[in-house]
Design a protein around this ligand. Structure first.
Ligand code: CP
Length: 321
C-alpha cells in the first residue's frame, strides 16, 4: 500500500478487515512496528472520531502522532498550480507539503469539499496535491468525495456482526438510505460506502434516496437504486443511514422530507436490521432516538472500530516503507 485515499489502494479488502480484527483482539501486538516513526495529522476541518481513533491507532503501533489543526491554526494554503498569490492564501502546498514530508513518515489529511464547485471538489485537488508534493505516504482522514477509513470501518463492523450471527441464506442485504438534515452535507460518506460495498462484493446492495439525490455513478455502479425506502428496507440485514446534498445541481437541499427518517416502525419489514451511521448524527432529524438507543444500533461499535481500521492501514503503510 503506497497511500490510502480510496478502496483502489487496497489489494484485498477481506485481508485488511482480518488484520483490523486481529488488532482488535490484540491491540499492542505490533507495538514496535512504528517505533521512532511519526505521523502528521492535518485537519483543515473539524473531527472527533477520526482524529482520536487515528491517534490511538498510531500509539498502539508505537508511533508518535502530531496533530495540526491547519484549518484554524495554520497559514492559509494555496492549492492551485501557478496561482498568483495576491489573495488570502499565504503558503503554497508545493512549499508546505515537502516540509511535512521531512517531519513525518506518514501524512494524514482531512479536507472537506466546498460544495460550491463540483468539478473542483471531484478533482480531489487538495489531497492529490499533498500526494504529489509530500513525498511520503498520504492517508485520507476524509477528502472532498470519499471517507475510506470510515468505509473500511463499516466493512469491518458488518463482517464482525455477520461472524457472530447465524449465517443468512445468500448474501446479506445492505441498504444505504438517505436521511433528512438541516444543512447541505458532502456526499463523501455515501460515495465511499457505496464504493467499498461494491468492491467488497459480499452483499446485495441497495441505495434508497428521494428523487434528485442520485450519487455519482462511478461509486454506485453495482448497486440497485430506488426511491422507495420501504421496498429497500424489506428483508434488509444492515441499514446505513446518511444524509447527502444533491450531486447534479451540486451541493443543494431539495427535498428534506422528514418521512425519510428511519423509525422502528419502518424497520419492521427488515430482518431485524442492524442500523449504522458514521456519526456525528442529528438526533430526531437524521435518526430517531428510538433507533439510536436500541439494540439494533451499531453506531458506537462502528465508532469504536475506527481504531482498528486506522491501525491496519497504518501498519500496512509502515510495512510498505
Ligand atoms: N465519522 C467521522 O468521521 O467522525 P468525525 O467527523 O468526528 O471524525
Amino acid at each position: 500500500m503506497k497511500n490510502f485515499v480510496s478502496v483502489k489502494d487496497v489489494k484485498d479488502i477481506n485481508a485488511l478487515v482480518q488484520e483490523a480484527l486481529a488488532y482488535k483482539a490484540d491491540p499492542y501486538k505490533d507495538i514496535n512496528l512504528g517505533t521512532r516513526r511519526r505521523i502528521g495529522m492535518l485537519f483543515l476541518n473539524p473531527s472527533m472520531r477520526t482524529r482520536l481513533s487515528t491517534q490511538v491507532a498510531a500509539q498502539q503501533l508505537g508511533m508518535e502522532a502530531v496533530v495540526f489543526n491547519v484549518g484554524s491554526e495554520g497559514w492559509a494554503l494555496e492549492f492551485e498550480e501557478e496561482a498568483i498569490m495576491s489573495g488570502n492564501t499565504v503558503e503554497h502546498v508545493k512549499d508546505a507539503a515537502p516540509i511535512m514530508g521531512k517531519y513525518f513518515d506518514i501524512l494524514c489529511i482531512r479536507t472537506f469539499p466546498s460544495l460550491k464547485n463540483r468539478d473542483d471538489d471531484y478533482s480531489e485537488l487538495y489531497i492529490n496535491q499533498f500526494i504529489k508534493y509530500a513525498g511520503i505516504p498520504v492517508v485520507s482522514l476524509e477528502s472532498a468525495t470519499l471517507h475510506p477509513l470510515q468505509s473500511l470501518t463499516d466493512i469491518i463492523t458488518m463482517t464482525e456482526v455477520l461472524s457472530q450471527s447465524p449465517k443468512p441464506q445468500g448474501k446479506p442485504k445492505v441498504v444505504l438510505t438517505w436521511a433528512p438534515h438541516v444543512k447541505p452535507l458532502p456526499q463523501c460518506v455515501a460515495n465511499s460506502f457505496a464504493q467499498w460495498v461494491n468492491a467488497w462484493g459480499q452483499a446485495e446492495f441497495v441505495i434508497a434516496h428521494p428523487e434528485d439525490y442520485e450519487l455519482d455513478t462511478q461509486f454506485t455502479q453495482g448497486a440497485t437504486i430506488t426511491h422507495d425506502q420501504e421496498e429497500a428496507l424489506r428483508d434488509a440485514d444492515f441499514v446505513y443511514v446518511k444524509n447527502w446534498s444533491t450531486f447534479h445541481d451540486y451541493g443543494k437541499i431539495y427535498c428534506n422530507d422528514p418521512s425519510w427518517m428511519l423509525t422502528n416502525e419502518k424497520l419492521r419489514v427488515s430482518r431485524n436490521a442492524k442500523v449504522m451511521h458514521c456519526l456525528p448524527v442529528r438526533r430526531n432529524v437524521e435518526l430517531s432516538d428510538e433507533i439510536l438507543d436500541s439494540t439494533n444500533s451499531l453506531v458506537t461499535t462502528q465508532a469504536g472500530n475506527r481504531v482498528w481500521a486506522a491501525q491496519a492501514v497504518l501498519a500496512n503503510l509502515l510495512r510498505s516503507k
